[in-house]
Structures are given as structure tokens and as C-alpha cells.
Design a protein around this ligand. Sequence first.
Ligand code: ADP
Length: 496
Amino acid sequence: MEHVLRRLLDTLQNRLLFTHMVVALAVLCVAILLLLALQAPLRAESMLQRMAEWLQPTVTLARSNFASLAVATDRESARRFFDFLHSQASAQNVRILLVAQPDGRILFDSVEQAVGLRWEPVSSSPFERLPHRMRGGSRMGMMAEVVRGAALLEGQDWHYVSTLLLAANSSWIDLVVLKMQPAVLQAMVESVLDLPGGLLASGLAALTLVVFVLSRWTAGAVTRSLNPLIAGTQALASGNLAYRVDTRHVSLAELHVLATRFNQMADRVQQSQQAQRDFVANVSHDLKTPLTSIHGYSQALLDGTAESTAARQRAALVISQEAQRLTERVEELLDLARVENNVLQLEQVDLVQLGAEVVESFRPQFAAAQVELRWVPAADLLRIRGDVARLRRVLANLLDNALKHTPAAGSVTLALQRLSAACQVEFTVVDSGEGISPQECERIWERFYRVDRARTRGGAGLGLAIVKEIVEAHGGTVGVESQEGVGSTFWIRLPA
Ligand code: ADP
């Protein structure tokens, strides 16, 4: 049974259906109970009305008995009259009292508990709309007035109807019929049970139908919106990275967002797969070119094509240079991999000192290229937690690039400052070099991207990618502003 239920609730549609049904039924129950609670006074009123209606024949019957009792005053008649009252009480499921007025002493009680006690109707009851009227002048023959209201007897709340049974001079006897006021909950249950069965059943059936249709509709909308997403994940899982979810078919807002994000994720996955392919292609190409040279020149040395000492020296020089280039490439790749794996060795880094050191190490190269190198440190001491070797690598790559792209007589400035508002520190490398076009500015951070596609100059196009990885691993950002023919400004910002 439990297994079947679980299987049934396994689908989103069924679960929604079930939840809706439960909620609807709960709401319905609360509504019925509220309605009945509000209705309680009205129901009490109508019950009193009914009691009053059958009181009259009872009184008439009682009077005929009482009249004979009054005439006969024999015990046998009295017993018969009381038996008659007892039978009426049990037949109508009520309690009957005879009350001697005006002192209110109870003469007879159909349950025989209150004989001798005082009968005190509660005047504050909301049902006590009709006031007690003087009955002194009534005679047995006339239609007696029926009074109804609420009363407290033996600590219990009762509804009652009462009427004059017999009057003599200034005293009289009232016939009182009592019905216990049920507790609120009991009254409600009774009210529900009182409702016609057909009405209850048809109401429930109609509600079930409405809830069922509504739930099917809502659940249908959810599943319809989910289907394109399911198809998308299936396609992606089976390697079709070009598949995109058609968001027009996803109507629910949250699922629409999910579908959009799914497409963005698919874009990223596709991009990263493409980048991986490019990476392999670029690495192979970058390693192949020096290897071809090395192979060619070493072959020339081996087979004696390089005959003269000068030719042999030249071959050896090329082999050495290309081997050097290969080493650099491999080192760059390893560096990139290490930064990607996020193995930073964090320590307190004095950025002013770091900047000064890097600038000093570049002085000879700049002097040789006749490019002026300036260092503008921050006025105060700037320390951050960072990987000093990696940060040195960042500054070296930026200065190296600036030097490569700035002609003789140009200038390069490395500056360090605190960006107080953003709680960051910023290094800028400003050069008066050739500059970069706006389209290229967007792409230069990509791996293996080189402005000079012919690869006649510069490195493998990994320098800026490494800069970006390192800075981002430190929680920072990178950027560039450049104007062709005027110069470029590269900046990196690190959290202070
Ligand atoms: P590489 O190691 O080949 O220099 P980078 O990733 O460092 O590769 O740079 C990518 C491209 O950005 C280079 O091809 C170069 O043309 C361009 N670039 C980098 N720095 C500068 C600069 N200061 N001025 C002009 N172009 C630059």
C-alpha cells in the first residue's frame, strides 16, 4: 500500500494533484466549521422554535392529566401524570421540570435530580429576547404564552421553553422543557451530521472534480515547461553541446529563468570545449615550430650539410635559441596550470618593495631598448596577503609586454596606488607604445591570443592569460585602456 502510494506520488504531476486536494479539503473543512460556528446562535434559535412547537400539544395533554390530578388528588393520578411527563421527556430526548412560581422551586424533574432546587433562567442570555411576563391572571383554559431562553441548572447551560401549566390566585406552576446546550465542537459535529448526505457527497464530488481539473492544469503547465529542459539536459549529456532550450516554450517564470541559465551554461561548456581544442592546437603548433628548426639544424650538423665552422655555429645557435624558446613555452604552460589549480602560497607582501624590485630587474633591458622606465610608488606602505612569486610574475609580464610594444625613446611607467573607496590596491603599467585596437583589447586576455597573428614577435600569447589567472586567483580584476598610436594602460586591482 505504502509502496503504491510512493509510486503514485513519484511524479511531480501526481504530487501537485495530491497537495492541491489536501489543501482544498483542509480549506473546505475550516470554511464549513467557521460557517457552522457563525450559524450556532441561529441553530439554537431554530431548535427552541421546534421545542416550542411541540410544547403546546404536550401542555394540552399534561393539562388534561393535571386537571384530573387536581380533581382527584389521588396518588395514582399523580403517578400517571409524572409517568406521562417521563415518557414525553424520553420520547423527545429532553428534560422536563415543573416549577412552582413565583418562588421558582422545582417540584418535578424528569431526571429527578433538581427537585427542591431553584429554577433561575439566565436573563443575560442572547436568547432571552422575550421577557418573562406576569402570568398571575392567567387561567387554565386560555392559550398560555410560551417563553424561551437560556438557563443555568446544576452548573450546566440549557436552552429552555416554558409555559404556564396551572394558575391559582397569586401562585402558578410552569412547565419547563430543557435541552442541554451542546459544547461548540459537539454542536459543529452535530451540524455537519445534520447536513443532508446527498448535499455533502455532491459538494465533495464537485470540489474533487474542480481541484482535479485545476491541478491537472497547473501540473500540466509545469511538466510542459520542464520537457524542453529535460530534452536539453539529455542532449547535453549525450554530447550535443550545440543544443539550446527553446525558451519560448517555457512559460513559467522560474523555469524560464532556469532554461535561460541552462543555455548560458551550455554556452560556457561549449566555449570551454572549444578553448580546450584551441589550446591543444596552439600548444602543438607552438611546440612544433621550434622542434622543426631544431630537427632541421641538428640534421644539417649530422649529415654535414653545415660544413663551415660559421654554418655549424649558426646551427648550434639556432638549436640553442629554439630549445630556450621551448623551455619558456613549457614553463608558461606549467605556470598557467599551477595558477589554475589555485596553489597560491600566501604571505604578507609589501607591494612597494615588490614594485621597486621588479623595476630594478628590468632596468638593463629598458636601457638597452632605449625606453625610459619610471616607478611611481604609493606614498604609504601597502601590504596585502598574496603569493609574492606569482605577483612578481604579473608585473614582469606586463613590463615585458610594454617593453616589447614600445619603440625606442618611448616611456613606460609602473605606478602603485591605493583605491580607498573600493578597498583595493592598483598597479598600472602605462606605455607610450603602439597601442591596441578596441576589438583586440577584448581578446588579448584569451590564451594564445596574439595581435601579431604572424607570430613574428613576442611569446605564445599566454602572458596576459597568466596575468589574469593570477590576479583573479587573488580575488582581483584586470583591465586595459588603449589607443592605437598613443599607448596602452594595463591595470590590475587587488583586494587590500
Ligand atoms: P605574448 O606573450 O605573445 O606577448 P600576451 O598574452 O602577453 O602574449 O599578449 C597578447 C597580445 O596582446 C600580444 O599579441 C600583443 O600584441 C598584445 N599586447 C600585450 N601588451 C601590449 C602592449 N603593452 N601594447 C600593445 N600590445 C600589447
